[in-house]
Design a protein around this ligand. Sequence first.
Ligand code: GLN
Length: 310
Amino acid sequence: MKNIASIVADIAEEMRGMTDRGQVANYIPPLACVSPDRFGIAVVMADGTVHAGGDAEEPFSIQSVSKVFSLTLALGMIGDALWSRVGREPSGSAFNSIVQLETEQGIPRNPFINAGAIVVADVLLASGTPAEAIAGVLRFVRGLARDETISIDASVAAAELATGYRNLALANYMRSFGNLMHPVEQALGVYFHQCALAMSCRQLAMAGRFLAHDGRDPATGRCIVTPQRARRINALMMLCGHYDNSGEFAFRVGLPGKSGVGGGILAVVPGTASIAVWSPGLNAKGNSQLGALALERLAARTGWSVFEAA
Ligand code: GLN
């Protein structure tokens, strides 16, 4: 195997030349303005070494990747009680689908589809006002990445609020089943702001390290979650992290991963590395087209698929 530094550099170079980059999300107006020619990658190894390439330092809207962090916080607050309000099965449906909520009594299939993440946001409101819950998410992510410069792009949150009819419908529908405890505007306020977190690949990969190391941040030794919880979050990422594209992502890449419509993907190599990739063009299922391709090549060249025998 070539060394990891040159594998990352090669992949960044290969992605630069790609023409078939997918479509930038346009249903959230500020995201439609991001140039599709961006590509970034950052790989943080267990010893803290970072291998970065392309636009790895440029902040982007992490969108649904934030659902990993909000889930971690909600589990810290109410533990397994969460699972009476959110399922743990892949949905096989689009990230913003409403159909299963009718037959399943307002219980979303998993915490990574929008409906599930809105319930998780509702749980976070037990910590205080919407502003306090949002501040708690920001504090958590800054602490994980050990970077106080990470911020929330208020214009992205405001644009989602102005255009988020589908999410409003999901929230109202779940509230009608009694699965939201707070006013829908509050749960959505938390949800839209967490989605509007702006982070670079380097910052995102740093923030995901605890998932690669049994719940412990290897830089500080701090226990973020128990080893069992880290494994379970990874299991959910593998099975649900790319919505109705999760099977394809597992097939091609073989790593737990969580995507967002900003074009970011956080991927975890247990025991070895935390990886973030970013390319704003999306495939038909709303996941980064080049991000997935880059991870597929990275896993193939490093042998990092979790299904590969050591
Ligand atoms: N904020 C986006 C939405 O609610 C997140 C979707 C995504 O990243 N898949 O539509």
